[in-house]
Design a protein around this ligand. Sequence first.
Ligand SMILES: Nc1nc2c(ncn2[C@@H]2O[C@H](COP(=O)(O)OP(=O)(O)OP(=O)(O)O)[C@@H](O)[C@H]2O)c(=O)[nH]1
Length: 504
Amino acid sequence: MNRFAEVRTWPLLAFALLVGLQAIVLTVTLGGYAVDGWLAWVGVASLALTVLLAMAVVSTLARAQARARLAQRTMEEAIDALPASVEIFDAEDRLIAYNRRLVEIYPHMLRHFQRKCTFEDLVRESLARGGIPEARGREPEWLEERRQARGKQLTPLLQRVHDDMWLRIYESRTPSGGIVGVRMDVTDLIHEQQRLAASRAQLRATIESAANGILTLDSGGHVLEANPSCELLFGFTASELQGVHVGMLLGAASATAAPAGATPDIPLDPRSLLGQPREFTARHRSGEALHLQLAIAEVRTDTIHLYVCIVTDLTERKRQEERLRRANELLARQSTTDGLTGVGNRRLFDQLLQTEWQRAIRAGRPLALLMVDIDHFKQYNDCYGHVSGDDCLRRVATLLRSCAGRGGESVCRYGGEEFAVLLVDTDLAGAQVVAQRCLDSVRLAAIEHVGSPVRRSVSLSIGVAALIPQNGEGAHRLIQTADAALYEAKQAGRARLICQQQSA
Ligand SMILES: Nc1nc2c(ncn2[C@@H]2O[C@H](COP(=O)(O)OP(=O)(O)OP(=O)(O)O)[C@@H](O)[C@H]2O)c(=O)[nH]1
C-alpha cells in the first residue's frame, strides 16, 4: 500500500517556508518599514516562487491521487483474481469489502452484500434459504454456536453449502477489531476424501470377510494387523498376533501361550518370501499341525513400507490328498493281489514278468521261473471240503513266500491251485535251490492230505526254467519252458521238481 500512496514532502515544506517569508516581507512593506526597493524585489521574487511551488504542490498531489487510485484498483483486481473468496468486516461486524469469488459462491446474497449487512444478518439469510445443510433442523442453536465462535476459531471451519459445495473457512481478527474471512472451495478434496474413505471401507469389509487369512507385516516381518480368518486359523486374537514375527507363526506358534513379544524361532525376512506362493507347516494354538500356503506382496511408498500376506489353509486339502493317496495305494494293491491267499494275482505276475524280462534283456542277466502246482488238489477238496481247500491254498502261498526271498513279492497265484515264482537275476542252479526249498518247506509243514496217492500230506510239483532273455523274443517262452518242466514233474510221479534250461 505505501509503495502506491507515496507522496514527496519537500515541495510542501518549501512552499510553507516561502509562504512564511512572504508574509514577513508583506508585513514589513505594508507596515512602512521598507525604506529601500530591495525588499520589494524580495517580496516579488518570493511571490513568484510561491506561485511556482504551489503549482508543483498541486501537481504532486494530483500524481499522488492517481497513484492511490491505481493502488486501490490493483488491490481490488488482485483480490478479485484470488481463487478464494475474501470478505472484510469492520469492528461492528459489518461487511465493508468483498471480492468477486464471494458473489460467485453466494450469488443470491449479492443484494445483502451491497447493503453492507452484518455477518449475523448474512448468516440468518443463508439459514433461511437452507444454504447451510449441517444446520437444518437446528438453525437457532447453530447460529448461536457460530456467533460464539466468530473470530475465535483456532482451526479453519469446514462447511457444506448449497449444491454440495464444500468450503474451508479461515477467519482472522485485524488489529482494529475487524474480521477478514477467506473461503476456499475444497469440494474436490472432500469428494476425493469421501471416495478414499468409501474404498477404504470396501477394502476393510473385503479383508474382514475374506475366507483366506490376511496379515499385514511391517518391514521387519512383525504382524501389524490380522483379519478374522487369521484369528480362526492360528487360534490367537488379532491383538495377540500383533507384533509377532511371521517366522514365529509359520515355524513354531506356541501351543499354550500367545507368542506376542517372543523372539522368532525361525528368523524370516519377508523379502525372502516374495515371488511365488510357498507352502509352510505351522501350528494352531491347540498344537494341531497346519499346512499353509503363503503369498506375500510388498507395499512401498514414500511414507510406508509393509508387506501383505495372503494365508491359505491347505490342511484339509492335504489330509484329503493323503487319504486319496492311501486309497489309491490300497486299490492298486487290491487290483494286483489275490484275494484268497494275499500273494500277487495273475495280473501282477504278467506285469512283473514283462518288467523283469525287459530289465534282464538290458542287463544281460538270467531270469528264472518256478511253476508250482499242488498235487491232487481235487481230492483234497473232495476230502476236506472247499473251505479247508482254501485254507490249504493260503498255507501253501505263505510257505512259498517265505522260500522265495526278496520279501516274497514275486510269488503269484497263477490260477486255481497253481503258483508262479519269478526269480530275478537267478540262473537254473539258483532256481533249483529255491524250488527245492519250497518242496521241503511244504513237506515239513505236513499238511494232512489223506486222499493223496503220493503221500499222506500235501505235496508240490514244480517246473523250473531259467534263461537269459534276448531281444526280439517274448516272455511267454519262459512260461512255456517252466510249464513243460511242470508237466514232466507231474508225469514223473509228482512231489518233485524238474529243471529245464532253454538255450538262448
Ligand atoms: N478250495 C479251492 N479249490 C480250488 C480253488 N481253485 C481251484 N480249486 C480246485 O483245484 C482243483 C484242481 O484240480 P485239477 O486241475 O484236476 O488238479 P489236481 O486235482 O491238483 O491234480 P494234479 O494237478 O494233476 O495233481 C479243482 O478241484 C478246483 O476246484 C480255490 O480257490 N479253492
